[in-house]
Design a protein around this ligand. Structure first.
Ligand SMILES: Nc1ncnc2c1ncn2[C@@H]1O[C@H](COP(=O)(O)OP(=O)(O)OP(=O)(O)O)[C@@H](O)[C@H]1O
Ligand SMILES: [Mg+2]
Length: 376
């Protein structure tokens, strides 16, 4: 096992170890939590109706589920829906964002550790598997697990026991595992980055979420849903989009899927001053409806700077961000495509984090940074 840099604490690590996303690395929800069973999956399209019926069938089964789909398609919401419809609904739902936990701490977080098992391990700590006992463990962005953690996870799933780091005995666990990824895990297996035996153990019940642009009228339903939801949360009167704005929303291809749509509604509600929300209240990419591939965006950026001297670091930053966008925010795949290791990509993104948002605001016509940089 590699040396551990710091001891895990209840909600994470020293600030320098934090992931580039804003998400908490893990959260625990039980049936008494305020948001319990609040999440509602919206969709009337045939593809979503079929998905709802599959969810109904897989929920009572205790086998592992692997949810795949592009960013923002609702993988986490579906995982919660499966838990809420399962016999484990009164147990905990432990949501772990594997990519937000530093590689050196992931095993201690998942499996726990004994006091003194590494520098800073001041007390015995039960891992997330133990915390989820009786409920569901949701391993989000499972593709981010390194090979060592994959091997240990496989053993836990096979033996249904965990051994805390530094401990001599195994502890029986009763957990259903649901995992999710927005990358092609079969391709990760073929590339040798993901264990095939673990892959097959995780995808006993595979579920794929379709992209929003294939869901037809669901866009209209979701717009309506978010307008109502946000008005309720903010305690304000419900507003509507003008016909012209609705047309722009319906024509937009939604590369960031439901999350992007939710953000667009929130943006319009914050920007719009009138009772009706118009075209001018929508984010620029929707009004322009100019979706270009990140590669052509990058070429535009290069073209625009042809006659200027641009620092090499700036070119590197823009290229890294464009590749990351190309892979839907998947850092593991972006790092592989860039030919650098993931920790180097992390460091770069950490360095760019704040500037990326600023860049987006300042250069609306430049490369578009989407939901992956402002992930809720
Ligand atoms: N069918 C749906 N009905 C209502 N809300 C939805 C639906 N699908 C997604 N959402 C909402 O969209 C947002 C993004 O969903 P979620 O976080 O589940 O996506 P994801 O697939 O896990 O994305 P990522 O891969 O980026 O983590 C959430 O706020 C979620 O509540
Ligand atoms: Mg997710």
């Amino acid at each position: 096992m590699p040396p551990l840099a710091a001891a895990p604490t209840k909600l994470g690590y020293s600030p320098t170890e934090q992931s580039t996303t804003d998400r908490t690395p893990w959260s625990i929800r039980d049936s008494t939590s305020p948001d319990a069973r609040e999440s509602k999956l919206i969709g009337q399209s045939p593809v979503m109706q079929k998905l709802f019926s599959v969810i109904g069938r897989v929920a009572p089964n205790d086998s592992s589920v692997l949810i795949t789909g592009a960013t923002g398609t609702g993988k986490e919401l579906v995982a919660r829906a499966i838990h809420d419809q399962s016999p484990r609904r009164d147990g905990k739902f432990v949501d772990v964002n594997c990519s937000a936990i530093p590689e050196t701490l992931i095993e201690a977080e998942l499996f726990g550790h004994q006091r003194g098992s590494f520098t800073g391990a001041l007390a015995n700590n039960c891992g997330l598997f133990e915390k989820a006992s009786g409920g569901t463990l949701f391993l989000d962005e499972i593709d981010a697990l390194n090979l060592s953690a994959q091997a240990k996870l496989l053993r836990v799933l096979q033996e249904r026991t965990v051994r805390r780091i530094g401990a001599r005995t195994n502890i029986a666990i009763d957990v259903r595992v649901i995992s999710a990824t927005n990358c092609d895990l079969a391709q990760e297996v073929a590339a040798g980055r993901f264990r095939p035996d673990l892959y097959y153990r995780l995808r006993v019940l595979p579920l794929h979420l379709p992209e929003l642009c294939t869901r037809g009228n669901d866009v209209e339903l979701l717009i309506d849903h978010f307008l109502r939801l946000k008005a309720e949360h903010e305690g304000v009167a419900r507003r509507q989009f003008t016909d012209e704005a609705m047309r722009a929303l319906m024509e937009y291809p939604w590369p960031g899927n439901v999350r992007e749509l939710e953000n667009a509604v929130a943006y319009a509600m914050a920007i719009g001053a009138d009772e009706q929300l118009g075209l001018a209240d929508l984010p620029a990419e929707i009004t322009n409806n100019r979706i270009q591939s990140s590669t052509s965006d990058f070429r535009d950026v290069l073209q625009a700077y042809m006659n200027e001297t641009v620092p090499l670091a700036e070119i590197e930053k823009r290229y890294i961000l464009s590749v990351l966008q190309q892979f839907g925010g998947n850092q593991v795949r972006a790092a592989a495509a860039l030919g650098i290791d993931r920790s180097k990509l992390y460091r770069r993104l950490k360095q760019y984090g704040v500037m990326a948002v600023k860049f987006l605001q300042e250069e609306q016509n430049g490369m578009q940074l989407r939901t992956w940089s402002t992930k809720a």
